[in-house]
Write a protein that binds this ligand. Structure first.
Ligand SMILES: Cc1cc2nc3c(=O)[nH]c(=O)nc-3n(C[C@H](O)[C@H](O)[C@H](O)COP(=O)(O)OP(=O)(O)OC[C@H]3O[C@@H](n4cnc5c(N)ncnc54)[C@H](O)[C@@H]3O)c2cc1C
Length: 512
């Protein structure tokens, strides 16, 4: 293949993975990001000797050596996996409710046992629900592994669980098999990872993501997700690509319906045969390309998507260990003020103490991120951008500090004394997310994962102009670490199809 030039706009996970695959497969790659660090949300920051993970709680699709998941194989295929040490997280999560708590381990049987422990009357329905999910996951693996013609012909039979789950919300799927609201709340307590309450969340999306966690376990990255992003940069550079940081793209050039290159904020022009935008499609179409160059049908599709929630984080560097405070050695604990998940979601639209939030004890996994005898814990609540957009600029700092104090007070109720041991604190709001990612509303997942926005129905990776592709949370396969890295791979595959007519994934990536 004659050397083709590819530009990737944005060094978030989708951009990094597409750049890694393109550079490995003979493209001359230039990757640009306006931040001084690679990774978009996948990064860390240091304050007074404490290194804080900015985003990652739990990475899906890695798995142990004898049962690798699809994310590991994506990373292996672009020479990144061998540069990263994955740290297994012992349990998937711990849920605390007003009158009981439970810890959910990985593994189908163990998880089912833990869900059912306090609900003996619901065991049969719970088993059917989990079996349904497990079968959906098996069927998804079949269709994503380059199925043969016979597999496709038989899909109505072999994929019957996936087909039957189309259009279902998580609540609808649960209502069919279990009835105790306390069990339902426990079963779907990871809904915060997917940004919508069970009454609106796509069951397909929930089942795929949760099955991946249950089957392969959840992982973190030694050195934080910044180490993962840095490993991508190393792989890209080793394959001859160039990573330009502090270099925002101001324009994507278009000629007769085809992209021809980009212009940086410094005024430098980079011609390209292919442009992959990790920058969100709203910014790319309106600010970089110009709406007049984009088909109306595409702009309409963008306008129809509903932007998903953002986050409110209180990053705490403590002057003592978690054990000193009597915190159980669980990594990720979800606190639920009640069982009303719709009410918990509604609270996210107000700048008030949240009713559903997580306390993540990073020092359980990474004691080396802070000085000996100290620890790092992070409070995360999901919040909507709308209320934050209405805060006058001169009240912003006061408002974020007030909410941080309220969330620390909430943490005090479960970890008494924690507030007295904070030696470093940093607070991030939806505006912080916006600043570092450029994502509208500081969305962490692109568009919402409701039944129309689940992976299957998302916008494709192929963009609306010739030579333009998207790789990020906003398009297929949606938001999250694994999905965005896969999005980069899928965008790369589309480029390859256009360059070489490559059809099957297996032709390029034998390990999938
Ligand atoms: C607090 C928090 C916790 C999270 N926890 C988890 C978790 O536990 N598990 C999980 O799977 N996911 C989690 N996520 C979600 C996950 O981090 C995101 O979905 C994912 O990282 C988004 O990746 P992306 O490829 O869309 O790029 P983004 O991270 O959105 O990055 C886009 C990049 O494009 C760059 N860019 C934009 N415009 C331009 C331009 N004009 N020129 C140059 N560069 C540009 C930006 O600077 C940015 O670096 C979390 C997110 C947050 C914020």
């Amino acid at each position: 293949m004659k050397e083709k030039r590819a530009v990737v706009v944005g060094a978030g996970l989708g951009g990094l993975s597409s750049a890694a695959y393109l550079s490995k497969n003979g493209f001359k790659v230039d990757l640009f990001d306006r931040n001084p660090h690679p990774g978009g949300y996948a990064c860390s920051f240091v304050r007074d000797g404490y290194e804080f993970e900015a985003a990652l709680h739990a990475l899906s699709g890695i798995g142990p050596e004898d049962n690798r998941g699809s994310c590991y194989r994506i990373l292996e295929g672009c020479d990144v996996a061998r540069r990263v040490e994955f740290v297994p997280i012992e349990d998937l999560y711990t849920s605390v409710f007003p009158d009981f708590k439970a810890t959910i381990p990985k593994g189908w049987e163990a998880a089912e046992e833990a869900y059912g422990e306090n609900f003996p009357a619901e065991r049969k329905g719970l088993h059917r629900l989990m079996e349904f999910m497990r079968k959906m996951y098996e069927e998804m693996k079949l269709i994503s592994s380059d199925p043969g013609a016979l597999d496709l012909l038989l899909f109505p039979v072999k994929g019957s669980h996936l087909i039957r789950s189309t259009g279902l919300t998580v609540s609808q799927a649960m209502d069919r098999e279990i009835s105790d609201p306390r069990l339902k709340a426990l079963f779907c307590d990871l809904w915060g990872y997917y940004g919508l309450p069970p009454s609106r969340l796509s069951f397909q999306l929930f089942a795929m993501a949760n099955s991946s966690y249950i089957e392969h376990g959840s992982y973190h990255v030694k050195g934080t997700s910044q180490a993962l992003s840095n490993a991508f940069v190393d792989a890209i550079e080793e394959n001859g690509g160039t990573v330009h940081l502090r270099s925002g793209i101001e324009k994507i050039n278009v000629d007769s319906g085809r992209v021809t290159g980009v212009v940086t904020e410094h005024g430098d022009e980079f011609p390209a045969d292919y442009v992959v935008s990790n920058a969100n499609p709203i910014h790319a179409c309106y600010d970089l390309i110009g709406a007049e160059n984009v088909p109306n049908s595409y702009l309409k599709a963008l306008a129809e998507g509903h932007i998903a929630v953002s986050t409110f984080n209180v990053y705490m560097g403590l002057d003592c260990t978690a054990e000193d405070l009597g915190v159980p050695s669980h990594y990720e604990i979800f606190y639920n003020e009640d069982y009303d998940t719709d009410g918990q979601y509604r609270r996210m639209f107000e700048i008030k103490k949240q009713k559903y939030w997580a306390l993540t004890n990073y020092s359980v996994l990474h004691p080396e991120l802070s000085p000996p005898g100290t620890s790092i814990m992070v409070i995360t609540g999901l919040v909507d951008y709308g209320a934050w957009a209405r805060v006058p600029p001169d009240r912003y700092v006061e408002t974020k500090n007030r909410l941080a104090a309220e969330m620390i007070e909430a943490a005090e109720e479960v970890v008494p004394g924690i507030g007295d041991h904070i030696s470093v604190v940093e607070v991030a709001t939806p505006l912080t997310n916006m600043r570092y990612s450029g994502n509208p509303g500081g969305s962490i997942l692109g568009f919402d994962y409701d039944v129309t926005g689940s992976s299957m129905f998302r916008l494709p990776n192929r963009g609306p102009l010739e030579g333009l592709y998207f790789a990020n949370a906003w398009v297929r396969l949606g938001g999250g670490f694994e999905t965005c890295m896969t999005s980069g791979f899928l965008a790369f595959m589309d480029v390859m199809k256009d360059v070489k007519g490559v059809k099957g994934i297996k032709k390029l990536l034998p390990s999938l």
